[in-house]
Design a protein around this ligand. Structure first.
Ligand code: SF4
Length: 379
């Protein structure tokens, strides 16, 4: 039985326009929002009693802020009707909503606070208009600034900003300027993602056609190191490859669940779930999602049962992306594998080369190790 506390993810499959780099499932026509919500509430009923109480709810997408406040409130009311949320003196459920700066006016934000959202994530991506234009974002830098200021005024004291680096033609100076502007608002959390070019996206296609080049490995390394250095100096803890928090209490409790094999339930088209050694995901199509639910079935596209070896490799991959790293004794108990003895030679070598450190029973990446975390896990 899994004793870790599960998290709940809700995928809102609508965006008012599609960003050029995005391969998440979302539709730009919002006429189906009412039908989607009706199906979502039924999906919640289908999972009633199948998960222990949640301590995080993450409404992501897509663009949840494409919904109106009443629709958001209906979602949270349905969550409360169908599931238990842990609320002890020491634990308040973390309830996050992802938003687009263009949607955030004061009245929307105040409504979010009133219905119980206590963490807001704003997809700023950059304060450089040229970069926003290249990425195909539907908001300006000015709108991002207003959105952050309005979020504070509305009373949010846990604000996260998403930023993207490694964009073609974006020099280190433009990126550092974006970081400086972001840090000036003292957000509690920052996610800094390196741009990835998925083949089916408009940017991926333009890249394959040779229209632009992307920063090489050395430059990417420089972006990564400068980001870490700048934000650590500004008081942030670089706690995961792409994530920074202004204090332990502001690390993303929900995302932590993905990194430490905690169970999570994902609702909505394309959402993934995980429990024990099972992973399943919903149809990445609103039509098929609606059809399944309206026929009384779970909208599951596929289920995968992970072997102990697969779980172990995943735990290694995910653990080495976090600064805290892997507690070797827990790893041994959970995955029946003694990393310390089985991989001793490789661990010694990586330690000598300065990529990892082993201390107080933890195996964790150094700053250089975090920069190449994906490769580290191949040990
Ligand atoms: S807003 Fe987010 S989910 Fe929507 S298209 Fe842009 S990146 Fe994708």
């Amino acid at each position: 039985m899994d004793l870790k506390i599960p998290g709940l993810y809700i995928h809102i499959p609508f965006c008012l326009s599609k960003c050029h780099y995005c391969d998440f499932y979302s539709l730009t026509s919002i006429s189906a929002i009412p039908a989607f919500l009706e199906a979502l509430f039924k999906e919640m009923e289908m999972y009633r009693n199948r998960f222990h109480p949640f301590d995080t709810v993450y409404i992501g997408g897509g663009t949840p802020s494409a919904l109106n406040p009443q629709q958001m409130e209906d979602i949270l009311m349905s969550v409360q009707k169908n599931f238990d949320l842990i609320s002890n003196p020491g634990i308040t459920p973390e309830i996050t909503v992802e938003t687009n700066p263009a949607d955030l006016d004061r009245s929307f934000l105040e409504s979010m606070r009133e219905i119980g959202i206590n963490r807001i994530n704003i997809g700023v991506q950059s304060f450089d208009e040229k970069v926003l234009d290249f990425l195909g974002r539907r908001h300006s830098a000015k709108q991002a600034i207003s959105a952050i200021e309005a979020s504070r005024k509305a009373g949010f004291c846990n604000i996260g900003l998403d930023l993207i680096y490694g964009v073609p033609e974006q020099g280190i100076d433009s990126w550092l300027d974006t970081l400086k502007q972001a840090a000036a608002f003292s957000p509690e959390h920052l996610s800094c993602y390196q741009l990835t070019l998925e083949t089916k996206t408009p940017l991926g296609k333009r890249y394959q056609a040779g229209e632009f080049s992307i920063p090489g490995e050395e430059l990417q390394y420089e972006f990564f190191m400068k980001t870490s250095e700048f934000l650590e100096d500004a008081g942030y803890n670089h706690y995961e490859v792409s994530n920074f928090a202004r204090g332990k209490e502001y690390t993303s409790r929900h995302n932590q669940k993905y990194w430490d094999h905690s169970p999570f339930l994902g609702l909505g088209p394309s959402a993934h779930s995980f429990q024990c050694n099972q992973r399943w995901w919903n149809h990445p199509s609103l039509d098929r999602y609606l059809a399944a639910i309206n026929a009384g079935n779970l909208p599951v596209e596929e289920t995968e049962t992970l072997t102990m070896e697969q779980l172990r490799l995943e735990a290694l991959y995910l653990g080495l992306r976090t600064k805290k790293g892997i507690f070797l004794q827990d790893f041994k108990n959970q995955y029946h594998y003694d990393l310390f003895t089985e991989k001793k030679e490789m661990l010694d070598k990586l330690q000598e080369e300065g990529f990892i450190s082993i201390q107080d029973g933890y195996l964790y990446p150094t700053q250089n190790g975090l920069a190449v975390a994906d490769r580290l896990s191949l040990i």
